[in-house]
Design a binder for this molecule. Structure first.
Ligand code: ADP
Ligand code: MG
Length: 266
């Protein structure tokens, strides 16, 4: 078996990469896939907290690449769902503690055992980005509909293309329909005008995200919130399922009503 290795990245920090990594990994596991989510944010880890697995960390990714511990020993199995594993990273080490070659080797190892290897990327375009993306052949680029994150996403997309990633998909996170309608915020089409890449999902601003992160329970574990549903749909699309897509061509009132209905559906 050779699983798919996907990096979740953005350029800009704070746009929802870790939230996306956690929710999509959980969603893919719920869809019956065997998934490992790798924390690529050495020194600033947070994926373990968002997944609620922080108390179970003994070994980490740096121990594995340094040969202090077996890969299997460092993996933490999520007991809430079959098939979800976390490979945490070190909190007290620098991003430079790992190399691109080590990450590539790690990814190759993991792909033998898992359907999906998801790398949560740190902010920035330096060592952390290069390491987290080294082992991935596909990318999910996350942006909010704001000018500066979109510009950073554009830059990252260029870098991912240069790395030869075979699939690059865009996620627009924290969309606020009301502000968008008033013209106070970029809409989906505005973002797509700037970023020439295929859209795989739009996630609304949702207070449930904050609570779920604090509780360490990803929304896709229960899947009854607007953002949780959006993340679940992205996971389904990743597996090749055709999920009704938001009509990004017709960003009129009718479209927004449809969007609201979609997101309020339980
Ligand atoms: N769709 C959303 N609705 C509301 N809050 C969100 C949403 N997505 C992310 N957030 C919040 O934004 C903050 C940054 O998210 P995070 O996933 O840590 O970003 P990154 O990993 O890109 O730095 C967190 O507090 C998170 O709870
Ligand atoms: Mg993060």
């Amino acid at each position: 078996m050779v699983g798919r290795a996907i990096v979740v990245t953005s350029g800009k920090g704070g746009v929802g990469k870790t939230t996306t990594s956690a929710n999509i990994s959980m969603a893919l596991a719920k869809l019956g896939k065997k998934v490992v989510v790798v924390d690529g944010d050495t020194g600033l880890r947070s994926l373990d907290l968002i997944l609620g697995l922080e108390n179970r960390i003994v070994y980490n990714l740096v121990d594995v690449v340094e040969g202090t511990c077996d890969l299997k020993k460092a993996l933490i199995r999520d007991k809430r769902v079959d098939g979800l594993y976390l490979l945490p990273t070190a909190q007290t080490r620098e991003k430079e503690a790992v190399t691109e070659a080590q990450m590539k080797k790690l990814s190759d190892e993991l792909r033998k055992d898992f359907d999906f290897v998801i790398f949560d990327c740190p902010a920035g375009i330096e060592a952390g980005f290069r390491n987290a993306s080294a082992g991935a052949t596909e990318a999910l680029v996350v942006t909010t509909p704001d000018v500066s994150p979109v510009r950073d996403a554009d830059r990252i997309i260029g870098m991912l293309e240069n790395q030869g990633k075979k699939k690059i998909h865009l996620i627009i996170n924290r969309l606020r329909p009301k502000m968008m309608r008033k013209g106070d915020m970029m809409g989906v089409n505005d973002v797509l005008d700037v970023l020439n890449v295929s859209l795989i999902g739009v996630v609304p601003e949702d207070d449930a995200v904050v609570k779920s992160s604090n509780d360490g329970v990803p929304l896709t574990l229960t899947d009854n919130s607007p953002a949780g549903t959006a993340f679940m749909n992205i996971a389904r699309r990743l597996t090749g399922e055709e999920v009704e897509f938001l009509d990004v061509e017709n960003m009129d009132q009718g479209f927004m009503d449809k969007l609201r209905n979609l997101f309020s559906r339980k």
